[in-house]
Design a protein around this ligand. Structure first.
Ligand code: AMP
Length: 364
């Protein structure tokens, strides 16, 4: 059985790596050749809007899913007319626009920060007048890893942020002086069977995820996050894996954004959970029984950004799992990750710090 995947980045690659033992085949479609997933599975190369390529992907696949949530809606609709696609298009469309995402959180009574759509400099001034400073100006579409956003701390920052980002639909939102960040990953089958992974605590640097530690033991926060994720998934009749990222401030969750796909903060589940997020996404979209989501210990996942470190010295450390996505180095680019799993949270944190030091990153 062939699973078609739109986008052939590292998430697609890890989906394929999880699916081969289950007897699945994969076919990717991506704009570029030589992608992380194309290094191990057949890949169609060309535009996401090329009807011939979309037809071929649909014809050869029992089900189609995404490695990237920003595939144009028209392409997703084209696929849906010919074969099954998961997650549902409504969820993908919502996640493509930060304003729609915030509106969804509000409609489902999931706490989120104050925000306003901004389409002009006058609109930005009005948003700041009502929401205040500091705040963050973000592109509504296609932002990732802190790209397409600017923090505004004083009125002097307004013009600079507008010059950098103006001319496209924007969102201005309240800056959240959070205590820390978490994410929760849920998985849902067509009939509604739902499971969630233990809570992740995430550390971002310059808007990019650097470190995830899981399970993060905060039972009340985890229960609330799980309710929020389940509410979003039930709302869409969702199929597959979905992640919501939250700020935590004074013990309360504030939803930041959602990702209708497997997520970087769940990479630790490959070695650190009974069933990985990748395998469970495949099980869900194929309507197979979900695997257990329990953690097998205390894991830390560290992203390798910009340049691969000396991998031999990392592999010389006991129990280090290295994932190299086969990408060309570029400043800030996610090239791979490391996971360690320990028997206690304290031991895990010590290992995480030792590894961060070894790759030249600031420690916890
Ligand atoms: P995003 O692309 O929205 O997930 O933003 C990337 C990271 O930037 C987040 O994980 C936070 O660390 C930081 N960030 C984004 N928005 C805010 C905000 N409103 N207040 C504080 N930090 C933010």
């Amino acid at each position: 059985m062939t699973v078609g995947i739109l986008g052939a980045g590292q998430l697609g690659r890890m989906l394929a790596l999880a699916g081969y033992p289950l007897g699945l085949d994969f076919l990717f479609l991506d704009k570029e050749a030589g992608t992380p997933a194309a290094q191990l599975a057949p890949s169609l190369v060309g535009s996401f809007t090329d009807p011939a390529l979309l037809d071929e992907l649909a014809r050869r696949s029992s089900v189609v899913t995404v490695d990237w949530e920003n595939v144009p809606l028209a392409a997703l609709q084209h696929i849906e007319a010919h074969t099954r696609i998961a997650p549902p298009l409504a969820a993908l469309a919502t996640a493509q626009d930060r304003l729609h995402e915030k509106a969804l959180f509000k409609a489902l009574r999931i706490p989120t920060n104050a925000h306003a759509a901004v389409d002009s400099l006058a609109g930005l001034h009005a948003a700041i007048a009502s929401i205040g400073l500091p705040g963050v100006l973000k592109t509504r579409r296609l932002g990732y890893d802190g790209k397409g956003q600017a923090v505004l701390r004083s009125p002097a920052d307004i013009e600079t942020a507008w010059d950098a980002l103006g001319g496209q639909p924007l969102l201005y939102e309240q800056f959240v002086p959070f205590d820390y960040e978490v994410s929760l990953i849920g998985v849902r089958r067509p009939g509604g069977q739902f499971a969630s992974y233990p809570l992740n605590r995430n550390l971002h640097r310059n808007g990019v995820l650097q470190l995830t530690r899981a399970p993060w033991k905060a039972p009340l926060i985890e229960a609330a996050a799980r309710r929020h994720v389940k509410r979003v998934m039930d709302h869409f009749g969702y199929v597959g894996v979905l992640t919501i990222e939250f700020f935590v401030r004074r013990g309360q969750l504030i939803a930041n954004e959602m990702a209708p796909r497997v997520h970087n903060s769940g990479h630790w589940t490959i070695e650190g959970a009974v069933t990985s997020q990748f395998e469970n996404h495949l099980r869900a979209i194929l309507d197979w029984p979900l695997g257990q989501t329990q953690a097998k210990g205390h894991s830390a996942m560290i992203n390798l950004l910009g340049q691969m470190p000396d991998t031999a010295s990392l592999l010389a450390q006991p129990g280090v799992f290295l994932h190299d996505y086969g990408k060309q180095p570029r400043p800030g680019r996610k090239l791979g990750h490391l996971t360690v799993t320990e028997s206690t949270a304290r031991q895990r944190d010590l290992r995480a710090n030792a590894l961060l030091r070894r790759i030249g990153s600031p420690t916890l």
